[in-house]
Design a protein around this ligand. Sequence first.
Ligand SMILES: Cc1cc2nc3c(=O)[nH]c(=O)nc-3n(C[C@H](O)[C@H](O)[C@H](O)COP(=O)(O)O)c2cc1C
Length: 237
Amino acid sequence: MRVCIVHGSPRKGNTYRATLVFQEQLRQYGAVDFAEFHLPKDMPHFCLGCHGCFEKGEKHCPHAPNVQPIVKAMLDADGIILTSPVYVLAESGCMKAFLDHLGYMYIAHRPMEEMFSKVAMVISTAAGTGTRHSMGAMARSLNHWGVKRIYRYGLNVFAPSWDDMKPAKQRRIRRTLDSKAKRFYHAMAQRAELRPRVFTRAMFTMMRKMMFQYPDGHIDKEYWRQKGWLTGSRRAV
Ligand SMILES: Cc1cc2nc3c(=O)[nH]c(=O)nc-3n(C[C@H](O)[C@H](O)[C@H](O)COP(=O)(O)O)c2cc1C
């Protein structure tokens, strides 16, 4: 299996440790190759709001040399893992900046059909509260990219660092991450057969109708047409 990880923090702290445990647990179920990207090192830019990706194509993004290798690794993978610590009840700024660069591949614009069979996991840690928000933000993008299954793991550390957590809590974390790893691995192995999600199908159907209203030549409409999604009954999901 191939898994692409986008780490939403440069720190080798709690989130990284939880992700390492998850990686270890995944390897129990079979061989896994990881392609790892570290934010902000591998994509150090804020979206400039130039609309280049939306209006001219993603290659026109001034940050495409950073963004596109990560997109390619995600498309080549069976599974995607996005991680982030909680910062002020939200995802990290570098994760937000990364996700901002990928709005063009929302189902509402130019969805990548490869995403319709991907499995994803979001991992987030907090001192005490907020993982619901940070995981929600990462899951929202995965959802709008059309990802087939999205799993979540949020941890409130309630300690200065990972090693300060009681051994019993660390064992509980391992057990939980193990059961999530098992589900994630098996979902990756069966990803072609898994049923598409209602959200993806509904969004796709709605956007397909919208595309007919767009003028010919509109970049999104031409993309959908080239994919064959506007003719006959050809459906991507
Ligand atoms: C700028 C900043 C904001 C934070 N905001 C919150 C917060 O809103 N809620 C919370 O429980 N912890 C918050 N924390 C603590 C971290 O989320 C927590 O320590 C997390 O496990 C750090 O992950 P890391 O070790 O991977 O960096 C914040 C930390 C920083 C640096």
